[in-house]
Design a protein around this ligand. Sequence first.
Ligand code: HEM
Length: 367
Amino acid sequence: MILRVLPLHVAAATALFASSAYAVEPPEEGEVFREVAQSDEAALTQESIKLMSDMVEKNHNGATRMRAFHAKAHGCIHGTFTPDKNRPKKTRFGTFESTTAFPVWARFSNSSGAVHSDGDADVLGIALKFIGVTGVHLWPGAAEKSNQDFIFFSSPSIPTKDARQYVESLKVLDGKESPLHFAFKDLVLPIVAAKGSLHGGLIVDPAEAQYWSASPYKLAKNAVKYSVRPCDGQKLQINIKTDKDALRARLVEHMNQKSGACYDFYVQFFTSETETPIEDFRKVWQPAKSPFVRVGRLTFPKQVFDTEKQNRFCENLSFSPWRSLATQRPLGSLNRMRRALYESISKVRHAANNNAPTPEPTSIEVE
Ligand code: HEM
């Protein structure tokens, strides 16, 4: 594919990250998993940055440059993560070591890079920001007490194995759509339908879907995948709407109810390279082989979130799997590629939006 001539701000951002592909760390003694580097990860990372910067230009909404993926937000809400008192010892590392609760911001989204009607099926995303996590952080310049992001979508895996396959699929798409759409019918629909949260092919309430990290993370000497799932008894009366912004309307309705929203936060542990591979993101880690272990609960109180000020704040927020403690570092070639990618794409869109602020919240106050 021939890349278009990049606008200046894009060229500047890609140049900035020219050498920042992430090298595989040497294994720590006692680690149960292994990462295996692809020979061309640095080049693939650069290519993904160019392709996605191009998508940001292509899909922009009037004057506003949006995210290359997950462009359409259904809203940002605030809540609290409370660690489970009975969580097993082997989960008590990094964020899950703390016995205190963390304030949290959550951004709900569609996965597409283009804004489309919620009547068209899409994979949904949820990005969580835990405020004030203490430890050794990976984010450049992060203090000892900094934020940690957890990023999920409503599918337990993605259709591409690794960084190379992913970049190839992006080239085929020529920046038009999310690669997840390729496999949506085959991969995602049966799983979500089995969970009973799908009606006529659509998720109708962002606060009632299950979400998966779909990619592995280190947890001290183990590796895990994450998932968040609505707490029992959370279902609203089914009220199916498929109009343009039905998901935002539904989230407003959900957050207007007295009980707000509630999720349980789970980890699944690496068991073997065959059942729970680190470098093949297509493979679902089956709960029969690696059961979900609850580490805590996310509660979002009743709240009004759909205001102009909060929506602007939500648009300007930036999430990355690499805004993380070192002991919970993202694993696998696709995650290594996401390090420079998320940071550069966020810079591209903020720069293009008249240097919009990138708030890194320190509380649940809208900054
Ligand atoms: C494997 C599991 C993945 C999950 C669960 C995931 C999920 C998400 C979510 C929820 C967002 C929106 C974050 C927000 O609300 O700001 C996002 C943004 C994004 N994702 Fe992914 N993603 C995954 C993999 C990838 C991969 C493999 C790539 C490309 C290599 C990618 C590229 C992006 C980009 C460029 C953005 C926009 C970042 C920004 O402008 O702030 N994602 N992703």
